[in-house]
Design a protein around this ligand. Structure first.
Ligand code: DQA
Length: 143
C-alpha cells in the first residue's frame, strides 16, 4: 500500500456551487469520495487537501517528499501564476499528475499555460471530476 497525496488549490472548495456549467455539479467532498473509493480498490490510501493559500499547497508538496509515493494536484488558478508551486513539485521525486476539471485550452488565453505541466508526468484536463480518478489510475501504475 502506498499513499497518494491529492491537492486542490484556490476556489475548489466551492465545487458544485461555482460555475457548475464549467466545473460540474460534484462537490469537493464528492471528488474526495471518488478518489478514496478508487485508491481503496487499488490498495492505496489517499491524503486529500484543499487550500486557498499558496503556502499551504507548498507545505503539503514538501511533506509529500517524506510521506507520499505520488502527488495529484489541481493547482487551480495557481497553475497559471505560481513558479513557487512548480519549484516545490520539482523537488518531489515520485509521479506527479496535474488535473484540471475543465479543458483549460478551450478557455481564456491566460489559462492555456500552466507552470506545473512541465514538471508533471501527466496532465488530465476536461474530463470533469472523473479526471481525478483517471489520475489515480495513472499514478498507481507508476508507483
Ligand atoms: C481549473 C482551471 C483553472 O484555470 C481555474 O483557475 C480553476 C480550476 C480546473 O480544474 O478546471 O480554478 O484548475
Amino acid at each position: 500500500m502506498a499513499r497518494i497525496t491529492v491537492l486542490n488549490g484556490p476556489n475548489l472548495n466551492l465545487l458544485g456551487q461555482r460555475e457548475p456549467d464549467i466545473y460540474g455539479h460534484e462537490t469537493l467532498t464528492d471528488v474526495e469520495r471518488m478518489c478514496r473509493a478508487r485508491a481503496d480498490a487499488l490498495g492505496h490510501e489517499i491524503a486529500f487537501h484543499q487550500s486557498n493559500a499558496e503556502h499551504d499547497l507548498i507545505d503539503w508538496i514538501q511533506a509529500a517528499r517524506d510521506d507520499a509515493a505520488a502527488i495529484i494536484i489541481n493547482p487551480a488558478a495557481y497553475s497559471h501564476t505560481s513558479i513557487a508551486i512548480r519549484d516545490a513539485l520539482s523537488a518531489f521525486t515520485g509521479p506527479i499528475a496535474e488535473v484540471h476539471i475543465s479543458n483549460i485550452h478551450a478557455r481564456e488565453g491566460f489559462r492555456h499555460h500552466s507552470h506545473v505541466s512541465a514538471v508533471a508526468d501527466l496532465v488530465i484536463c476536461g474530463a470533469g471530476a472523473l479526471g481525478y480518478v483517471l489520475a489515480i489510475e495513472a499514478v498507481a501504475q507508476r508507483i
